[in-house]
Design a protein around this ligand. Structure first.
Ligand SMILES: Cc1ncc(C[n+]2csc(CCOP(=O)(O)OP(=O)(O)O)c2C)c(N)n1
Ligand SMILES: [Mg+2]
Length: 896
């Protein structure tokens, strides 16, 4: 920042014609004082274009000088009481630190972080005192994504606000204490009234914040909720920007003109192990990246103490010197003495040494970084909030572990610092002026001013002005009315002689649901550039593809019935090729019931291979956040998606869905099963308001969809039902065949073969969810173990599968481990078939032979099981292998 009243003089060190430069600068100065910055900018842009047209290669500028973006004369007056705010912030700093120290004294190794909040305290406090607005009846408030490992500071503030007790703070990271505790990081699952947005898996906060901001626009453009004034604030670390998720979606934010989005990157130049970019500058790198992506970049690098120095920097030498620093050096300067700063930083140029000769070493040491100066931060936040047309990123320069002194300030070990000794506590106390006596300080007691003190009144007053306290998670959506049952009727009737896939059936359910009077407008179809693969293109026209600007061009297929229709009130989120982005939209939609008090029902359709395994961490976050909705893993099955080969063919996503506690995972075979599951899901999630979500696999194999037999709905939901009992029952050996997805058809075929050729009675069961059965089995076993004296309970599957003499064969298009998990519920010998191993491209027939899951292998497994049980001779099995043309020496798919 140059003082605008004086003309800067060129620096002869890096200018080969200083006189000429001076003339140019003087002209510029004259225009600046007469016509203002806009005119200067216009002139420079004309010069720029002219020079370009004359063939002049202009230096490519990815970055601006290493100083604050907002000049002093554009800095607004600070609206708060700086003294009170500083005291409050100090108390919060102290309590946040004390909370971690006490937790680790109580329970060595319990962890927690001091240094992140220490660096971010001013950034966060200016937000709390002046910007973050809480919801009221019509306004959803701002959505603030706090840097996860800064949570001690958020708890410490809530303690001052009276929202958390001393007991809570004492139980930080000890959630299992009888009186409850505080979760390590923002986890809505664990603190459902408090935290809104999980952020601590690095990178997920930023990407979900971007899609949250976009979803706010979607709700507004579809006139579902007026989110006009909501801002989405996302606080993140500079190290966190290494995660692909952090920067991977920033283009969407500028493309969609998300002026409601503000990133605050805490550039303390350190991550966990050491410097983020010791040999270069992370701020430059981020500035270039965000500027390139079209964001409004505001750098907050230097505190007010630098203003007078910079104002005297007539030659630009100080700015040049700042521009020479690399992060490793900046970190070193932050831990060194004033004398060192004088010698190593200013001492490089005699002119600079002279510039600071009036300052003591102490004063040099106190030249703060911008991220610790409320005035600078406030100016940046205000500019960000008022910025129009683009998202804003604030790059705030801070010191990690600020205030910890030798206990960790700016040190590489600071991230892991969890303990302070008495001396360090005393220094911290003195530095921040906490009224705790020398005798008490060793205990690291919490400090809270009297309720009627000026400070506390101010604290509450500021929050009252901003609408209340935050973060706070609300549950304000009232239940939806149930969907008209007529929507599902056609699926219960079957498709007569028309062969369709379950993917087609689910897409049809979706297209019916969007028309439903009760839930229709709440449905959010989400797809990552696969709508045509899943046969959804008819929905383009029916619902429109959401675009904030509508459709500015005539689509190439405008004359066709199913043209690519973009509209401002479009319902479909066509995300392009980003499963992570689509999942983030799913999360924003699936939590709108809490964030905006509106029930939205996302249906996210994706290649099942690119779901659980690719974006599993986001799915986990969705569970934590109590998101609702339907994840549809389409083109499922290692052998059903036949031509696509190894990277596409999914035979294990259901296994990956197992550990997600609140995810109900289903693998239906028939359209009516899918319809029952979706109907039940809507009822549970949106009428009864259970905190669950769904994973349903859908296949692309076409076959006849039968009508629903009577009395099977309950079984479909619980995970298994009897599809057909054998007419031969009671006469000799019995095989019970369990099939899922399209492999159920092979079980039906196998039953025919077994009965006709081998005289084995065969019952058929459709398994819609091994996961549900497994959970029920777990629950039953656990209850029995805990209640040894009482009549044992029986799992649902065990109750259904009564026949102890029979052999059981389970086959699906998924790995064997899936059915294996319910073995405790199967009363007879249990043979499992599945698609373990890497996929191949070939026909379904060839693949099912390769993976040994077709009807012949089901027959073989049943016969072998019966022979092992002595119910038929082993010779029959040997004969069957021959008759069924099975090659016993074929490759094992598991390891080939
Ligand atoms: C996906 C993921 N990987 C690793 C971690 C472990 N971790 C927690 S904090 C941290 C360092 C963060 O550095 P930065 O983003 O710069 O934050 P700071 O504490 O410096 O503000 C790491 C690696 C994590 N939480 N998430
Ligand atoms: Mg950092």
């Amino acid at each position: 920042m140059q003082d605008r009243q004086t003309t800067p003089s060129p620096d002869s060190n890096f200018d080969n014609d200083p006189l000429e430069t001076r003339e140019w600068l003087e002209s510029l100065q004259e225009i600046l004082s007469r016509a203002g910055p806009a005119r200067v900018s216009q002139l420079i842009s004309f010069l720029d274009k002219y020079a370009y047209n004359q063939g002049v290669q202009l230096p490519y500028t990815r970055i601006t000088p290493y100083v604050n973006t907002i000049p002093i004369d554009q800095q607004p007056v600070y609206p708060g009481n700086r003294d009170i705010e500083r005291r409050l912030k100090s108390y919060i700093r102290w309590n946040a630190m004390a909370m971690v120290v006490r937790a680790n004294r109580h329970c060595d190794g319990i962890g927690g972080h001091i240094s992140t909040y220490a660096s971010a305290a001013t950034l966060i406090e200016v937000g709390f005192n002046h910007f973050f607005r809480s919801p009221d009846c019509d306004f959803s408030g701002d959505q603030v994504f706090f840097q996860g490992h800064a949570s001690p500071g958020i708890y410490a503030r809530a303690f001052l606000e009276g929202r958390l007790s001393e007991e809570h703070l004492n139980n930080f990271r000890r959630e299992l204490q009888p009186e409850g505790g505080l979760s390590s990081y923002p986890h809505p699952w664990l603190m459902p009234d408090f935290w809104q947005f999980p952020t601590v898996s690095m990178g997920l906060g930023p990407i979900t914040a971007i899609y949250q901001a976009r979803f706010n626009e979607y709700l507004k453009d579809r006139r579902i909720k007026n989110t006009q004034d909501c801002k989405v604030w996302c606080f993140l670390g500079d190290g966190e920007t290494d995660e692909p998720e952090t920067l991977g979606a920033i283009n969407l934010a500028s493309r969609e003109q998300l002026e409601n989005l503000i990133f605050v990157i805490n550039c303390n130049l350190q991550r966990l192990d050491g410097p983020v970019r010791g040999n270069s500058r992370v701020v430059d790198e981020l500035e270039a990246t965000f500027r390139g992506a079209g964001w409004n970049v505001i750098k907050v690098l230097w505190g007010s103490e630098w203003d007078t120095l910079l104002a005297r920097d007539d030659t630009g030498l100080l700015v040049k010197r700042l521009g020479e620093l690399i992060d490793g050096e900046q970190q070193k300067l932050s831990v060194e003495s004033g004398a060192y700063i004088r010698r190593e930083f200013f001492g490089k140029y005699p002119e600079l040494l002279k510039m600071v000769e009036h300052l003591s070493d102490e004063e040099l040491k106190k030249l703060r970084r911008g991220g610790h100066d409320p005035q600078k931060i406030h100016a940046a936040y205000k500019a960000a909030v008022e910025n129009r047309g683009t998202p804003t990123v604030i790059l705030a320069h801070t010191v990690k572990g600020y205030g910890l002194g030798e206990a960790g300030e700016g040190r590489n070990i600071t991230h892991q610092q969890k303990q302070l000794n008495e001396e360090e506590l005393r220094k911290f106390r003195t530095r921040f002026g906490i009224p705790i006596s020398d005798t008490d300080v060793a205990d690291a007691p919490f400090y809270k001013p009297d309720d009627d003190s000026v400070d506390m009144k101010y604290l509450h007053g500021q929050r009252t002005m901003l609408g209340g306290y935050t973060p706070e998670r609300l549950m304000s959506a009232s239940a939806l009315d149930m969907v008209d049952p007529g929507v599902f009727r056609e699926f219960y009737a079957g498709t007569d002689d028309r062969a369709v896939s379950t993917t087609m059936a689910i897409v049809r359910i979706l297209s019916q649901l969007v028309k439903d009077a009760s839930v229709g407008k709440h449905i959010v179809p989400i797809v990552p550039d696969e709508a045509r693969t899943f046969g959804m293109e008819a929905m383009f026209r029916q619902c429109g593809i959401y675009s904030h600007v509508g459709q500015l061009y005539e689509p190439v297929d405008a004359s066709s019935l199913l043209y690519y229709k973009e509209a401002q009130d479009g319902q479909i989120l066509e995300e392009g090729i980003t499963e992570a982005g689509s999942m983030s939209s799913f999360i924003a939609a699936g939590t709108a019931y809490s964030t905006h008090g509106i029930n939205m029902i996302p249906f996210f359709l994706f290649y099942s291979m690119f779901g659980m395994q690719r974006i599993g961490d986001l799915v986990w976050l969705a569970g934590d956040m109590r998101a609702k909705g339907f994840l549809i893993g389409a083109t499922a099955g290692r052998t059903t998606l036949n031509g696509e080969g190894l990277q596409h063919e999914d035979g294990h996503s259901h296994l990956l869905a197992y550990p997600q506690p609140n995810l109900r995972a289903y693998d239906p075979a028939y359209a009516y099963e899918a319809a029952v599951i979706v109907e039940d899901g809507i009822r549970r999630m949106y009428v009864e308001q259970e905190n669950i979500f769904y994973y349903i696999t859908a296949y692309n194999e076409n076959y006849l969809q039968p009508p629903m037999p009577d009395g099977v709905k309950d079984g479909i939901i619980r995970g298994i039902y009897t599809l057909k009992r054998s007419d031969m029952e009671g006469n000799g050996p019995t095989a019970n065949l369990l099939g899922s997805g399209p492999i159920l058809n092979h079980a039906i075929e196998a039953a025919l073969l077994l009965e006709e050729k081998y005289n084995v009675a065969s019952n058929i069961y459709s398994v819609t969810s091994y996961k549900q059965l497994y959970m029920d089995q777990q629950e039953t076993c656990r209850w029995n173990m805990m209640h040894p004296g009482e009549k044992p309970r029986i799992s649902y599957a065990r109750e259904l599968l009564k026949d102890e003499q029979a052999v059981y064969v389970a086959a699906s298009d998924y790995v064997r481990a899936l059915p294996d998990l319910i073995s405790a519920s199967v009363p007879g010998r249990f043979m499992t078939l599945g698609t373990d191993g890497f996929g191949r491209s070939d026909s379904r027939e060839a693949l099912r032979n390769f993976f040994e899951v077709d009807s012949r292998y089901i027959v073989l497994a049943a016969l072998y099981g019966l022979a092992l049980d002595g119910q038929i001779p082993m010779d029959t099995v040997t004969g069957a292998i021959r008759d069924l043309a099975i090659n016993p020496e074929k490759l094992n798919p598991l390891n080939s």
